[in-house]
Design a binder for this molecule. Structure first.
Ligand code: 1CP
Length: 340
């Protein structure tokens, strides 16, 4: 598998490709299936449909990796917190009042359908295509659990981290343990590697970044690697800025996903030798298309030349992206090696 070779440290040209949110609303076949399932959570909890949605972008574009179709908020739901997705508004949860309101003993029952999806995808995936399992990192998941919605500000979480750090620490501890068990379940069900989404790494000042982002991720990586000797783990500390090097060195992730505002050369210089990079085309370029897209793709390819690189966006693909632009992206990446 080309994707796994790079994750193991090989430099491969052209690089393997997948896109964050590659299964989703920009695809007409997804919208059709989503209509069949009803709402988004029902789709995530229906293994046959979720597996089909996972495979749709692989069939259409031939990506090198499939990512399990699910959401980082399925874990809080499995822990007993209410969850719904309001159309056009994103996730809504009743803000968590106490860690005792969660029931970690029932979590495995709650997320059992997700592990079944992993098994079905594994069985249906063409040879050569890797399967990525994932979870949210504890700090990012805690942001949604404590504030009850997304948006990027998370004012209650930010205040609690100062006013009641014991509450936040206790929640993070629950999430670390639950995430280890959840990801181990995905590996046992057939995931080739796992990714930790820390989408809101960028809201924490340095001391909190170390406490809530680095330390919990370090514990998850250590536990998973102790139990699975050759498992590869990708971290995505979005908007972590100058703390990128500390994140990679201290968490010991094998690969790091970069957001679009991070310059490849500066990221390479900041990380230990051998780090695998994933990213980091601006998702807006995929909407824009044209010369801007062509130039952007070539710049990313040139920026990571000579280091192990998995081509991706710097954040998720948006629903307004024309499907032809994704096809163009694939052509650009696959033609690049011939032009060079
Ligand atoms: O209406 C719909 O169809 C729902 C849209 C949608 C989709 C397709 C949501 C709601 N989640 C997903 C799937 C999803 N979420 C995947 C599937 C695999 C793939 O990448 O194709 C993954 C990996 C996620 C992970 C996820 N969910 C993250 C981390 C990555 C990121 O984008 O930063 C986060 C922060 C979430 C929360 C979430 N779920 C959905 C939305 C709209 C959001 C973001 C809310 C916010 O703005 O804070």
């Amino acid at each position: 598998m080309k994707f796994m070779r790079v994750l193991n440290g090989e430099v491969v040209s052209p690089p393997p490709v997948w896109l964050m949110r590659q299964a989703g609303r920009y695809l007409p076949e997804y919208r059709a299936l989503r209509g069949q399932a009803g709402d988004f959570i029902s789709l995530c909890m229906n293994p046959a449909l979720a597996a089909e949605v996972t495979l749709q972008p692989i069939r259409r574009y031939g990506f090198d990796a499939a990512i399990l179709f699910s959401d980082i908020l399925i874990l809080p739901m499995a822990l007993g917190q209410g969850l719904r997705f309001a159309e056009g508004e994103g996730p809504l949860l009743p803000p968590l009042q106490a860690v005792a309101d969660l029931d970690p003993t029932q979590a495995a029952v709650g997320y059992a359908p997700v592990l079944e999806t992993v098994r079905l995808v594994r069985a249906g995936l063409p040879p050569g295509v890797a399967l990525i399992g994932f979870a949210g990192s504890p700090a990012t998941v805690a942001c949604y659990m404590l504030d009850g919605k997304g948006g990027g500000e998370f004012p209650r979480t930010r205040r609690l981290a100062y006013d009641d750090p014991g509450f936040v620490d206790a929640l993070i501890d629950v999430l670390v343990d639950a995430t280890i068990t959840y990801l181990q379940g995905q590996v046992d069900a057939g995931a080739d590697c796992v990714m930790l989404f820390e989408s809101w790494a960028g809201i924490f000042p340095p001391a909190q970044f170390r406490r809530y982002v680095i330390e919990p991720s370090r514990r998850i990586v250590a536990a998973l690697k102790a139990a699975n000797k050759s498992l590869k783990i990708i971290g995505f500390p979005r908007l972590c800025g100058l703390l990128l090097g500390s994140y990679v060195r201290e968490t010991k992730v094998d690969a790091v996903g970069l957001d679009s505002v991070t310059d490849p050369a500066l990221a390479i210089a900041a990380c230990p030798p051998g780090t695998v990079f994933q990213g980091n085309l601006d998702p807006l370029l995929l909407k824009a298309g044209g010369v801007a897209l062509d130039t952007g793709v070539r710049d990313i390819l040139a920026g990571f030349e000579g280091v192990p690189h998995i081509f991706n966006l710097g954040h998720g693909i948006t629903p307004d992206v024309p499907t032809e632009h994704v096809a163009r992206l694939m052509d650009l990446i696959n033609d690049a090696s011939q032009a060079a």
